[in-house]
Design a protein around this ligand. Structure first.
Ligand code: ADP
Ligand code: ZN
Length: 597
């Protein structure tokens, strides 16, 4: 909080700069708190969810303070994205990486004090020449992006990040701003410690991403389910698939089923093809990419309209991070997880392979994920509680809030199912167990003598439909696990369920799905000739400047233009996302398009 009047003045200046440079009316979430600290010269760790607008918290002060802001970022692709966006807003920025040919000009510009932002990779921090370069001109801030990489507790530890501390310590008067979207308590404390930021410098924004609609469904026909999602969401999307082969398979089938452009992405692709698919995705307004989880790390595409999982993610943390790539521009977006009992069964089987001391933690991770998938309550509430927040009971924007599912007590049926597994010798798959329980006429059952077991035919026609969802539930929760040969055996809580100590209630899908209108159709006016013309113009300008369309303007900006029809540059400047540089570069052409439609 600002403590004196000069600081209040500076915040007013910052707001003015926000409007002028970025064309935004107000700060979002805790941006203002972070910026106030940076302007006051206080070191800070900002933990903010993806899409909260972390980059603005150093870009904006960098244009106000004298000296250059050094930005440390782990991926070259990410740096180049940021560079493009910063320059489009008229910020003087450069990158110094092995991929840049203009490093001499960049160094000269830095020495001459002509840069607001200089992006570098952490590897550079340990080079003595780099230290010399930094000594040659004033610095205003060290901004450390993806700061969790400095911690071994974090999920992407990068040893090079450990070199940052000695470098920053050599410039003790320069404040530090560390930024991350993913840091649990332990990682957070470690990042503060490793980067020499005081505890009171921690600013945590909420984890909620209100524009993302969460939905989780059982996977019965993934291609059909994904094609239905694509029919609802016309914009770009990411589908995460568990294996390389599946990414290619699903991509081919989706392209055929929908007629849209769908491409695969995984580490095994030819590097040129992979880079091409990624670049095409970033530039596209409607392409879908089917990828393994590595995809997305270095991608800053704000207009991703959906993220779908064709199999379970590794943990709630991973799920949050992966789905966080949807809707960074704040427009409505969907996160859909298609899960199968087999996913959990396989993950639990793999638990046996991890080191003993990590097993309990890994099991807890899976249990938390199973609870998220199986909850009849609000998905968002489960997610946010997992991150230590205290959210409202319902959110109104997840599948369970929109179509509350039924919950029924299935304890008795669960006991029958588990005893059938036990009595048939714990080596048969679900199909066989189901036949035994419902008393099916079947040669295999007779040959094995399973028609003489006490469990034969004890499930009647009314109860039978519960068996499959119940088996899924028991597998998700680890009471049933897969054997090597694809059979099922008892594990975990099976005994407690059999003895009646542990009740079982399961979630049944709502009887009829209420038809929902496509929300992106609500967001973007379909069939509005002016809006379409503005998009067309944006495509042209993007092609001319060789940048993705979203670098020119976001959809929200075009929507506002179409709705308010500004008639002059002054009116156009009032629209969100139209800063001075873009007004200058594109203003007349957009006004012209508005006049003609
Ligand atoms: P993060 O790095 O936290 O994931 P970004 O810095 O990429 O987020 O910002 C996400 C999007 O939000 C960007 O497209 C940015 O232009 C937009 N944005 C940032 N701050 C604001 C604001 N105050 N008002 C409106 N949009 C904003
Ligand atoms: Zn909800």
């Amino acid at each position: 909080m600002p403590s004196d009047s000069s600081q209040i003045d500076r915040l007013d200046d910052a707001r003015e700069q926000l409007r002028r440079l970025f064309g935004f009316e107000r700060f979002r979430g805790r941006q203002e708190d972070v910026i106030a600290r940076v302007l006051a010269g206080d070191s800070t760790l900002a933990v903010m969810p993806t899409g909260a607008g972390k980059s603005l918290t150093y870009q904006l002060p960098a244009t106000m303070l004298s000296g250059t802001c050094l930005v440390i970022s782990p991926l070259i692709a990410l740096m180049h994205d940021q560079l493009r966006a910063a320059r489009a807003n008229g910020i003087r920025a450069a990158t110094l990486t092995s991929a840049d040919a203009d490093w001499r000009e960049t160094q000269d510009a830095f020495r001459a004090g002509e840069l607001d932002l200089l992006y570098v990779a952490p590897e550079r921090a340990s080079q003595p020449q780099f230290h010399d370069l930094l000594s040659a001109a004033p610095l205003c801030l060290f901004a450390v992006d993806e700061a969790h990489c400095v911690s071994e507790w974090g999920h992407d530890f990068r040893p090079d990040y450990r070199q940052l501390r000695p470098l920053m310590d050599a410039f003790p008067e320069v404040p530090r701003l560390a930024l991350t979207a993913t840091a649990d308590r332990r990682t957070r404390a470690d990042v503060l410690d490793q980067l020499g930021i005081p505890e009171q410098g921690l600013v945590i924004a909420g984890f909620d991403r209100p524009n993302i609609r969460y939905a989780m469904r059982h996977r019965d026909n993934p291609v059909k389910q994904l094609a239905a999602l694509m029919a609802e969401q016309a914009g770009p999307g990411i589908v995460y698939a568990p294996t390389r082969r599946k990414t290619e398979d699903i991509a081919a089938k989706l392209a055929e089923a929908t007629g849209r452009e769908v491409r695969p992405y995984h580490a095994g692709l030819d590097p040129a093809v992979r880079a091409d698919n990624q670049a095409a995705f970033v530039a596209s307004e409607e392409m879908v990419i089917v990828a393994t989880v590595a995809f997305g790390m270095g991608i800053d595409k704000p207009d991703v309209r959906f993220v779908a999982h064709a199999g379970i993610p590794k943990s709630i943390e991973a799920y949050y991070q992966e789905t966080g790539r949807a809707g960074r521009d704040g427009d409505p977006a969907s996160a859909v997880m298609l899960w199968g009992a087999g996913d959990f069964a396989m993950a639990r089987q793999r638990l046996g392979e991890v080191a003993q001391e990590r097993q309990a933690g890994e099991r807890a991770r899976l249990d938390a994920l199973a609870a998220l998938v199986e909850t009849p309550g609000c998905r968002r509430a489960v997610l946010l509680r997992h991150f230590g927040e205290d959210p409202p009971e319902t959110c109104g924007n997840c599948d369970n809030c929109l179509n509350p599912p039924g919950v029924i007590d299935a304890t008795e049926t669960a006991r029958k199912l588990l005893s059938a597994v036990y009595r048939t010798g714990q080596s048969f798959g679900f199909g066989h167990i189901q036949k035994v329980l419902t008393g099916a006429e079947d040669d295999r059952i007779r040959q094995r003598g399973h028609d003489r077991l006490s469990v034969f035919g004890i499930v009647d026609g009314e109860e039978a439909p519960l068996l499959r969802p119940l088996s899924r539930y028991l597998q998700a929760n680890g009471a049933l696990v897969a054997t090597e040969h694809g059979g099922l055996r008892l594990a975990g809580d099976a005994r407690a369920i059999l003895t009646g100590e542990k009740p079982v209630s399961i979630v049944l899908p709502p009887k009829r799905q209420r038809r929902r209108k496509s929300r992106s159709a609500e967001a973007n006016p379909v069939g509005d000739p002016l809006f379409d013309a503005l998009r067309e113009l944006r495509r042209e300008l993007a092609a001319e400047a060789q940048v993705p369309p979203y670098v020119v303007f976001h959809d929200a900006t075009l929507r506002e233009m179409a709705a308010t029809r500004p008639a002059s540059l002054t009116e156009l400047a009032e629209i969100g996302g139209v800063g001075a540089k873009k007004l200058d570069a594109y203003g007349e052409r957009f006004l012209d398009a508005i006049r003609r439609h």
